[in-house]
Design a protein. Structure first.
Length: 287
């Protein structure tokens, strides 16, 4: 199946592949058969890419002119003309038109040029589609009018008040740890990414950050939940209280109890939103 991905070349020669659909990163290790004559190649890399026919950016287009288009043995020495054949700058400019103004104050970036690579067969095709009239070919979704950051801030304020009231009903005070609350943000982003793509990323970094922040002898507990279809704090809080895990967290007792809360609102077309809420607490148990 035709597919395109992102390649970054570091100053030290490191080659990194990025899958734009899932945010996965793969560190590529080149296999040079000349350095291992008669030896078996290493196991196939973890990334799904098998062949590579070309690379391009907004300035240049390079065709792979190596004996094999296998990613495993591909050299990424793009400065070597015997390995990568560069399209002339004039040819690149002819298919990447400069932005032209359609109306005063508006930009029209003209037609789009997309290249697709085949992971298995190395086939490349070019799709040159005029921008004008494309809107008549498919039903367009309305962009979201919601401000996810603003909604998240408002929800956090309301939820903090509800948590404080809930703990007060049990004779418990509430102190908030803003730093711990901030550290919950990447976890919520990872949860939404996993829900949308099925790929789990960043969990190790989150656990490591919490482990470093929570002092030795203290306990950390967290409760994430997703709410869809609304941004009502009271409705969301009522759903959270149905979970014994959440109520146990909210009613935590001990020494140095510090509560944390983070909300993330992911906005999608047609004003659809997915709300992630995470309550957390760190404390020292009292036996």
């Amino acid at each position: 199946q035709a597919h395109a991905w992102v390649v970054t070349l570091g100053h030290s020669g490191a080659v990194t592949f990025w899958e734009s659909l899932t945010a996965q990163r793969f560190l590529h290790a080149e296999y040079d058969p000349n350095l291992h004559p008669g030896g078996n190649p290493p196991p196939w890399p973890l990334h799904p890419y098998r062949t590579l026919g070309c690379m391009f950016n907004h300035r240049s287009f390079l065709a792979n002119s190596q004996p094999s288009d296998s990613v495993l043995t591909c050299s990424f020495d793009v400065q070597n003309p015997s390995l990568w054949k560069a399209l002339s700058p004039d040819a690149v400019a002819s298919v990447v038109p400069a932005a032209r103004s359609s109306k005063k104050g508006e930009e029209n970036f003209g037609p789009s040029l997309l290249y697709y690579s085949d992971r298995e067969h190395g086939n490349y095709s070019c799709l040159y589609a005029a921008a004008d009239g494309m809107g008549d070919m498919a039903l367009s979704l309305l962009p979201s009018r919601l401000d996810g950051s603003l909604l998240a801030c408002d929800l956090e304020v309301e939820l903090r008040e509800l948590v404080a009231q809930h703990r007060a009903d049990f004779g418990l005070g509430t102190l908030w740890d803003d730093q711990l609350s901030y550290m919950l943000s990447p976890a919520l982003a990872a949860y939404e990414l996993e829900r949308a793509t099925g790929v789990c990323v960043g969990n190790e970094e989150f656990q490591d950050a919490v482990h470093k922040y929570v002092p030795e002898g203290q306990t950390f507990k967290g409760f994430p939940i997703q709410v869809t279809g609304h941004c009502d704090a009271r409705r969301a809080y009522a759903i959270c209280l149905k979970s014994p895990v959440c109520t146990d967290l909210l009613e935590t007792q001990g020494d140095e109890v510090r509560m944390a809360l983070r909300v993330r609102v992911n906005c999608y077309p047609e004003d659809i939103c997915a709300v992630w809420i995470m309550f957390a607490v760190k404390y020292r148990s009292v036996l």
